[in-house]
Unconditional design. Structure first.
Length: 302
């Protein structure tokens, strides 16, 4: 029965012509209410925005450093190669073809034993000594974390005499990547918790100061969204202004990171700074609006 009533209301509502001028007036009124709520908060606005800006600045700086460090870790991982030494009685071309079919193998470079021996003879000034070196295959893997799996499969090939790679460096790169990802998740959670708590307490004060006004609006039959929207907009406003302030120190951080990339001769992501700025704006607004919405649900039964 209730479902039929709900469907009937929806059908009637669809048939009622929309008064766009009235809609605009309501939107304007909501905006005015949001501005008035911000004015009522007074000096507390400055405290809220400063605190949120500090939290978002820490997040933005860490996020920007994480992108650069991840890029550096990726570059170090890309230079890691597995050195495969082929048995003298095995055909190098066959071993190379077998390795090419292994999953995650990106590239294989053949270094003939004659080339390696010629280079070694020049370096050590060796004369009248037979070439003891085997053919070498330099195997590149798509990602550092796949190296152990590829290494194990190469070891099972009958034509392979020995396999070597920078095991310790690979482990350190993997640990660094995992630490960066974990740290970022931790920072996002802490930032969200602190921001939402601050907004929650602020909106609670606004609700208390407007308690009688809200009760009158309820008695007059004002819709819930008309009461809620200005408060959500207030939280979003705090998040937006705080994000703008948090973006300012990023130019200084960007300069430091560019110097670091230049020193380590690693490429800089052209979109890194833009990604961080957009993320700050979206997260600031989202956290601010979420804090307001949760506070409304907790302290305002509408």
């Amino acid at each position: 029965m209730d479902n039929n009533k709900h469907q009937l209301k929806k059908q009637i509502k669809k048939r009622i012509p929309k008064d766009w001028l009235c809609e605009l007036r309501i939107a304007y009124r909501i905006l005015v209410e949001a501005v008035n709520d911000i004015k009522r908060t007074g000096i507390v606005n400055l405290i809220i925005i400063t605190t949120m800006a500090a939290i978002l600045t820490i997040f933005g700086v860490l996020f920007r450093f994480t992108i650069s460090l991840s890029s550096l870790a990726g570059e170090l991982g890309n230079v890691l190669e597995i050195s495969v030494y082929v048995k003298n009685n095995a055909k190098t071309s066959i071993v190379k073809e077998q390795i090419e079919h292994i999953k995650f193998v990106k590239k294989i470079k053949l270094i003939p034993k004659e080339e390696s021996w010629a280079s070694l003879k020049n370096d050590l000034s060796l004369q009248n000594v037979n070439n003891p070196l085997p053919d070498t295959l330099r195997v590149k893997v798509d990602k550092p974390e796949h190296i152990p799996e590829v290494l194990n499969k190469i070891n099972t090939l009958s034509g392979v005499e020995e396999v070597g790679y920078a095991k310790e460096l690979s482990k350190k790169i993997q640990i660094l990547t995992n630490v960066l990802n974990t740290t970022m998740v931790f920072v996002i959670i802490i930032s969200a918790a602190l921001t939402i708590t601050i907004i929650n307490n602020t909106i609670q004060l606004v609700i208390q100061s407007r308690k009688e006004e809200i009760e009158i609006m309820r008695l007059m039959g004002v819709s819930n969204w008309y009461i809620k929207t200005p408060l959500v907009m207030q939280g979003a406003f705090y998040g937006f202004i705080s994000s703008i302030i948090a973006v300012l120190p990023l130019s200084w951080v960007q300069g430091l990171l560019l110097k670091a990339h230049k020193f380590f001769i690693t490429p800089v992501s052209p979109y890194a700074q833009s990604i961080v700025i957009i993320s700050l704006l979206l997260i600031g607004i989202a956290f601010g609006a979420s804090g307001s919405f949760l506070s409304i649900k907790k302290h305002l039964q509408v």
